[in-house]
Design a protein around this ligand. Sequence first.
Ligand SMILES: NC(=O)c1ccc[n+]([C@@H]2O[C@H](COP(=O)([O-])OP(=O)(O)OC[C@H]3O[C@@H](n4cnc5c(N)ncnc54)[C@H](O)[C@@H]3O)[C@@H](O)[C@H]2O)c1
Ligand SMILES: O=c1ccn([C@@H]2O[C@H](COP(=O)(O)OP(=O)(O)O[C@H]3O[C@H](CO)[C@@H](O)[C@H](O)[C@H]3O)[C@@H](O)[C@H]2O)c(=O)[nH]1
Length: 443
Amino acid sequence: MTSASLPRVSVVGLGKLGAPLAAVLASRGFTVIGLDVNKTFVDAMNAGKMPIVEPQLNELIAANKERLSATMDANEAVQKSDASFVIVPTPSDSTGFFSNRFVLQAMETLGKALRTKKGYHVVVITSTVMPGTTGTEIKAALEAASGRKVGPELGLCYNPEFIALGSVVRDMLYPDSILIGESDAKAGDMLQTIYLQMCEKKPPVQRMNFVNAELTKISVNTYVTTKISYANMLADLCDRLPGADVDVVTKALGADTRIGAKYLKGAMGYGGPCFPRDNVAFAALARKIGARADVAEATDRINNHQIERVSGLVAKFAKAGTRIALLGLSYKPQTPVVEESHSVKIAAKLADAGYIVTVHDPLAQDAALTVLGEKVVGASSLDSAVRDCDLLIVGTGWPEYKAIDPAWCKRNGQRLTILDLWRTLPADKFADVADVLYLGSGR
Ligand SMILES: NC(=O)c1ccc[n+]([C@@H]2O[C@H](COP(=O)([O-])OP(=O)(O)OC[C@H]3O[C@@H](n4cnc5c(N)ncnc54)[C@H](O)[C@@H]3O)[C@@H](O)[C@H]2O)c1
Ligand SMILES: O=c1ccn([C@@H]2O[C@H](COP(=O)(O)OP(=O)(O)O[C@H]3O[C@H](CO)[C@@H](O)[C@H](O)[C@H]3O)[C@@H](O)[C@H]2O)c(=O)[nH]1
């Protein structure tokens, strides 16, 4: 299809997910206009360089700027598009539910703008929302603000993305499948057309009603985290069984095609903006409607237990007052994001227990120090962090840490203990100067 014959798209919310979606759509021939309430993001998109760490994002924006613009004016965004993807935050509230307050604000502004727009328009909710809310409060807010009924003149879809930070562009171009919850076939058809043009290989498209799509999104994450917590439960067992090695066991387990090898690394557990909150929301929903969610609750409990598991291990090797260097603060390598990072939680717990904690991260050190405040000290360099500690913890498996020089670990006649929570360092390389202890490996 030529650009002129493709639906024009607006993307509401130019954050970690919205900005890459706008760039990927433009790169596949769509004319895209971004809308955000944050002027910095709008100006940055128009200047061709977003302040977001994501591989290929700024290259795609620069290469496709003739089809990509941004505005703070909802009227302009609506007039210049046929479909609007809404990708605004849905933070967890105190009950564990995702709050729709920003989505509802977006329905209000988009709806008002739609009053003066002629012709068909589809509103696509991409933000992760609680099951049962697209067809109720979100639809009602859109209809009230626009003065139109969802139907032949106004489509509504729920269409979550299954992207992981650090591979957002690739995940959008090569998804396993596309999930569409639709108000009616006309809305779903338009969204399917957009995806079949956007994705490099034509993925299977799963179309259904809103609530099934909402439940599928949250179920994918709760199921995948169940695999991770299962691997961590095994790792805990392996810690205590001489000769056991969790990597050997999970490799063999993953070879069974009913189980599969992905997301089965028993190590520190999952963090980040999505996984930890999804089990909490799932369980809160189940409680509210009188169902049981034992698996989701256990998955969350095992994940939270990882912090105790590590602090218990530290206490075996070092007393309060010991100088500890904790390397890696982001919730996974290659991102500056520290939301729900186990490393940051471990740093806080150890500092509260009286250890003297120095922290290091290639990208996330500033973000982590904002959370941790004066409890810990930020390292001036990797080498000084390693040289000036009595116990070393590798909390996030950044590849950079493989290059740590064993000479930095030399201590006058003493051997340095290194707790390597993701099995990042090659233990043999340090054999002369340090004891590298891996979690999940029975001693
Ligand atoms: N980041 C991820 O890995 C990921 C993956 C899948 C799903 N999600 C979901 O996508 C949604 C957005 O996540 P994110 O990480 O991109 O958030 P983000 O905080 O990085 O970006 C959100 C953007 O929305 C803008 N915004 C807020 N209210 C607005 C409004 N009324 N109108 C226009 N813009 C508005 C903000 O200024 C910000 O730029 C959430 O529901 C999240 O759960 C995120
Ligand atoms: O075997 C594994 C694999 C991952 N993790 C941890 O799981 C977390 C999440 O990792 P990842 O999936 O790479 O990152 P996210 O960007 O959080 O993406 C997840 O969350 C998004 C938001 O819902 C979804 O869109 C994605 O499909 C889903 O993978 C990280 O802390 C990882 O260290 C493990 O502990 N063990």
